[in-house]
Design a protein around this ligand. Structure first.
Ligand code: ZN
Length: 173
């Protein structure tokens, strides 16, 4: 044990600040332009941080930390800073990549995929109205009921219709 000698050794005092990384934080990287506070990273994450430095420079310390915690961005190899600088509101450039308008997503009602599937099966669209659901169900049930329809697929289809119907009915209640 070289206790005394190691007291000022950074690698023994800090773990890498990158989320989920357990490497010793041997590299010091400034948190902001004032250079008064530092992150400690392993060499790999220090390199990644350096590459993102331009981007982080305009942010407050809290914003940078919030960004570091976003697993989505940190390890994403396709994350490009140079080509299209992401905004704070959309740091991972989802807007462009996924064709999502981040600003609007909040206000838009997100429909459960199971419900969407059920709507598709019954062939109905929003707004969900009890009468409309019942009407569509009756129509399709008549067509696919195994007592009436002797095609092989009919029973399966009938089951799907019934399940979708029950789910949608529960949804409008
Ligand atoms: Zn690390």
């Amino acid at each position: 044990m070289k206790k005394n000698e190691n007291q000022n050794n950074l690698s023994h005092e800090h773990k890498c600040d990158a989320p989920g990384c357990h490497e010793p934080g041997t590299c010091r990287a400034p948190k902001d332009k004032s250079l008064t506070e530092y992150f400690f990273f392993c060499p790999k994450h220090a390199r990644e941080y350096n590459e993102k430095w331009d981007y982080y420079q305009g942010m407050s310390e809290a914003e940078i930390e919030a960004n570091l915690r976003e697993d989505v961005g940190w390890h994403r190899p396709t994350w490009s800073f140079s080509a299209n600088k992401p905004s704070l509101k959309d740091p991972f450039n989802l807007q462009k990549e996924l064709g999502i308008n981040i600003g609007k997503v909040k206000n838009k009602k997100i429909i459960d995929p199971e419900i969407l599937k059920a709507m598709k099966i019954l062939g109905i669209q929003e707004p969900l109205v009890k009468e409309k659901i019942k009407e569509k169900y009756r129509e399709l049930a008549k067509k696919y009921h195994p007592d009436i329809n002797t095609e092989n697929k009919a029973e399966d289809i009938f089951k799907k219709i019934s399940t979708a119907y029950k789910l949608l009915l529960k949804t409008v209640k």
